[in-house]
Design a protein around this ligand. Sequence first.
Ligand SMILES: C[S@@+](CC[C@H](N)C(=O)[O-])C[C@H]1O[C@@H](n2cnc3c(N)ncnc32)[C@H](O)[C@@H]1O
Length: 270
Amino acid sequence: MANNKKTLAQQADKYAMYLDSVQDPGHEVDFLNKAFKHAYGRRAEGLREDFCGTYAVCCEWVKSKKRHHAIGVDIDPEPLAWGKRNNESALKQTQVKRLTLLQDDVRNVAGPKADVIAAQNFSFWFFKTRDELRTYFRAAHANLKDQGVLVTDMMGGPQTFEEGRKERRRKKGFTYVWEQARFDPITHDILCHIHFEFKDGSRLKRAFTYAWRLWSIPEVRELMDEAGFTQTHVYWEGTDPDTGEGDNRYRRRKHAPCDPAWISYVVGVK
Ligand SMILES: C[S@@+](CC[C@H](N)C(=O)[O-])C[C@H]1O[C@@H](n2cnc3c(N)ncnc32)[C@H](O)[C@@H]1O
């Protein structure tokens, strides 16, 4: 079929749209640097990005400083291959030399040890029991140098309990749709989908599906403690006084207001 006969959905690249919709590698790298510097008062050099997908954060990390090196780990060859074609190919050879990719389960890959381990976009929520999550946190603890931080992100608030809730965001050339399809209050199983919609009326339904457990911040902090982290910190998003929306700036907080839909970082310090 000629390209002009294809719908926009048929021509679309789901990984490019995912990157455009839910990732901001520059912001992530800034936050990873900040979390390590807060903990140890010096700069991090080695990053391990667990659940790295298309390893956009690894690429940004090695690009941002000559001393930076990164390891990305993901179980799925498809996003890794996309990352090689699209993210890694934009790097200089000197930057590519400081990058290592491994296709494996994050719980199986031991060393080389990192200053920072990033587990982003709620990926550790694939682990649904306390034992599974503690096992992952123990593995992450072991994969950090003597001084190291594990940086995770979390979402929550009353809106995350709403079944069938859809949030739409217009992007250039498509609309990003986040759907919370199911939430089970007994198990805290949460099923979410990402769909993409196009102006010709075509759709990429369920481009990505996540069957997670909706963990709470205190549960995650307790499991990090049990896994050996000596401190845990919550970095809560500030509020823009003009819009009342999140300002994308995260600071350590001990308490927070009951926001209907929040995102935060939970950092374990070795
Ligand atoms: C939500 S995506 C996150 C991608 C990227 N880190 C981000 O921030 O957008 C989750 C990724 O975790 C990977 N994954 C799921 N379980 C895994 C496991 N046990 N070990 C390694 N990767 C896993 C999936 O293949 C997928 O690429």
